[in-house]
Structure formats: structure tokens, C-alpha cells
Design a protein around this ligand. Structure first.
Ligand code: PHE
Length: 374
């Protein structure tokens, strides 16, 4: 019987010697145990179980052995690989649990820590209300027009048919920036007392038909108190076209009232006087809270309209032909209507604001509850 071929003896294949396999196994286990985090474990995994790891290379040598030696070596290597992959899985689970526990601590949010962000403010309700009114008219085809707050006395008064000695011009009512010159054609300069000068500017800038809505700040020499402020906001409406009548004016404003306060509300006109409109009227809207139910009904009083059933909105009328002429428009061909009202007053009755000073003092506690909408 010939001696076994030396080259097929597994003991002779260096990598498959039991002590070698044992060394590979224990080196792998030591490397996994030494891996302090998942990244290090990943590297150890490639080094000790990857295709070029000593155990994988040893595994490849098995194929060349004779059947008996193959079985033994296969068992040895297989067991070693089994132990190694179990140890790897166990260490993997251990490190993942450690990471999860650490993330929980590191990313914990302490909801009791006081926050130091700048608190969100809110747009002023006068701005949002004014924009909402503009939107109503823009939807009807009107254009937003603006004019200067420091205005020539001519635009603020003369062109609007105020007589030279009209009491509204008096120092007590109007902030004069510069007095009227000595010559007749020298206009003074005022802080505009209403938005009506924008009517004249709009007519001079455009050809009829003209449909403009003019929001803006105006000034009067009033003391600041619960119902007055020397600076306030108006919205002016001007329409110039062929054949416009008071009915167009009333219908237009009624549409605005219904858009802002509710369907079905009506308006009424009361005779009044403005130099720049003829005829002129004061426009009231039906109270949107009680709709007139509170009138003569002490059982159900209405705070919004003081049980009068109507709320005064502002002044209006057909543009005085003298104003059309001053602005270069032929009164034989065109007629127009105008309407002007105060935003502060509307905000007061629309939102039960009782003191006008709250609107001008800039305290965010007033503004914030209005949020982004009104
Ligand atoms: N300008 C007037 C005011 O401030 C209001 C008004 C505007 C009246 C347009 C008639 C037409 O009181």
C-alpha cells in the first residue's frame, strides 16, 4: 500500500491546519469585540468574512482535497465560519442597540425649555381691510390709484371746488406745510385732508372711461382720542364714463357692502353737501348685525348700530361738473360718481374696536389676534 499522497493531506495545506483555522476564528472574534461602532464593525466584517478574508480563502482550498480530507476540513472551516458569523450578528445587534439608545438621548427635545425665537407678528388689520376693499373693486375692473400725502393745496381744495375761504382750509382743520402764496396762482402745500385729490390726479392722468379706487392716509388737525385720530385712512372711489347715474353709484357701493358684510344688505342715501359732488349724499349701510331688527325693540338692543338699524359709511355723490372741467373732462359727454369713506371707522364697527388709539399705538397685542386674515 502506497503512502497517502502528501500533497493531498489537509494538514499539509497551510491554511487548513486546525491551529490556523482556530487562529482565524479567534482573530475574527477579537476584531468584532474590539469594534467600537457600526462603522468599525463593518470594516471588521469585510476583513474577516469578506471574499478575501482568511477564512474565505481557506474555504476555497477545500475543493482540492481528497474526499475524506475534504469532509474534515470542510467541517472545521464551516464550524469556524458559523461561529464567526454568529459573533458578527451578535455584535451588530449590540452596537445597533447602543446607537439607538444614544440617538434617543442626543436627539431628545426638551419641551420645557423656554423658546427664544422672535414671535411672529401680524399684518395690521387696517392694511388687510384696505386690501380686501381694493380687491372688491379690482374684481369689478377698477384700477388702484395713489397720490402724494403731501399735496398741493390746489389738488386738495381748489380743483375740488372749495371756495378760497372755505372753513375746511382753516389752520384749525388742515396741516399746512407751506402757506398759500400772495399771488393767486401760487398754491400752498398741505398734508392732504382726504383722498379726493387723487380723483383730480387720476382724471388728469387718464382718458375716460376711468374706474379707480384710491386707498391712502389722510391728515386732519384732530386730537388723538377714542374716536379721533389726526392720521387716518380713507378709500376713495371714482368712476367716469358716459351715462353714469346715482343708481350706478348706489349699486356699486351695495355690491361692496354685500361683499364685505353679507348678502342681501341694502344701503340708503341721505342728502348732504360736498363742494366737489352735486348732488351729494351721505351713504349708510343697513346694520349687518341686527339688519334693523333692533329698531324700536328695547328687548334686543344692537351695539353695532346703537339700535338705529343703519351704519354711516361715508360721503358720495355725482362728480361736480366744475371738477370735471378743472380736470380737463367734458361734462357734456361724461358724468361720474365718487365715494369716500374711512377705514378706521369701518374696522371699529366691523370688529367691535372701541378705542381708535388701539389702532395707532402699534401694540402687537392688538394686531396679533387679527392674524393673517380679517
Ligand atoms: N372726501 C370726502 C371726505 O373726506 C368724502 C367724499 C368723497 C365725499 C367722495 C364725496 C365724494 O369727507
Amino acid at each position: 500500500m502506497s503512502a497517502p499522497n502528501k500533497s493531498y493531506d489537509p494538514v499539509e495545506v497551510e491554511a487548513l491546519k486546525p491551529e490556523e483555522i482556530e487562529r482565524m476564528r479567534s482573530e475574527a472574534l477579537a476584531a468584532f469585540a474590539a469594534a467600537g461602532d457600526l462603522e468599525a464593525l463593518h470594516e471588521a466584517k469585510i476583513a474577516h468574512t469578506g471574499p478575501t478574508s482568511p477564512l474565505s480563502l481557506a474555504n476555497r482550498e477545500i475543493g482540492a482535497l481528497p474526499p475524506q480530507a475534504k469532509a474534515e476540513a470542510g467541517k472545521r472551516v464551516g464550524m469556524a465560519r458559523g461561529v464567526v458569523s454568529k459573533a458578527l450578528a451578535a455584535r451588530q445587534a449590540e452596537l445597533e442597540a447602543e446607537r439607538d439608545a444614544r440617538v434617543l438621548v442626543e436627539e431628545a427635545v426638551d419641551v420645557t425649555v423656554p423658546y427664544d425665537r422672535v414671535p411672529a407678528g401680524a399684518r395690521h388689520p387696517l392694511t388687510t381691510l384696505s386690501e380686501r376693499i381694493e380687491d372688491v373693486f379690482v374684481a369689478m375692473g377698477y384700477e388702484v390709484a395713489e397720490g402724494p400725502e403731501v399735496e398741493a393745496e390746489w389738488f386738495n381744495f381748489d380743483a375740488l371746488n372749495f371756495e378760497p375761504d372755505h372753513p375746511a382750509r382753516a389752520m384749525q382743520d388742515t396741516f399746512f406745510v407751506q402757506g398759500r402764496g400772495t399771488k393767486d396762482d401760487e398754491s400752498g402745500v398741505v398734508l392732504r385732508t382726504h383722498t379726493s385729490p387723487v380723483q383730480v390726479r387720476s382724471m388728469l392722468d387718464r382718458e375716460p372711461p376711468i374706474y379707480v379706487v384710491c386707498p391712502g392716509r389722510v391728515y386732519r388737525t384732530d386730537e388723538l382720542d377714542a374716536t379721533h385720530t389726526p392720521v387716518f385712512n380713507q378709500v376713495e372711489l371714482l368712476a367716469i364714463d358716459e351715462g353714469l347715474t346715482m343708481a350706478d353709484l348706489k349699486g356699486t357701493i351695495e355690491h361692496m357692502v354685500r361683499s364685505l358684510f353679507g348678502e342681501g344688505l341694502t344701503t340708503r342715501l341721505r342728502p348732504n353737501y360736498f363742494p366737489f359732488t352735486e348732488p351729494s349724499a351721505e351713504l349708510d349701510m343697513q346694520c349687518y348685525v341686527c339688519r334693523g331688527e333692533s329698531v324700536g325693540n328695547p328687548e334686543a338692543p344692537c351695539r353695532t348700530c346703537s339700535s338705529e338699524g343703519w351704519i354711516e359709511l361715508g360721503g358720495c355723490g355725482m362728480v361736480n361738473p366744475r371738477v370735471l372741467v378743472a380736470a380737463g373732462i367734458d361734462p357734456e359727454k361724461y358724468s361720474g360718481f365718487a365715494f369716500g369713506f374711512g377705514i378706521e371707522r369701518m374696522l371699529m364697527f366691523r370688529h367691535n374696536v372701541e378705542d381708535m388709539r388701539d389702532m395707532v399705538e402699534g401694540d402687537v397685542r392688538f394686531t396679533r389676534p387679527f392674524g393673517m386674515e380679517i
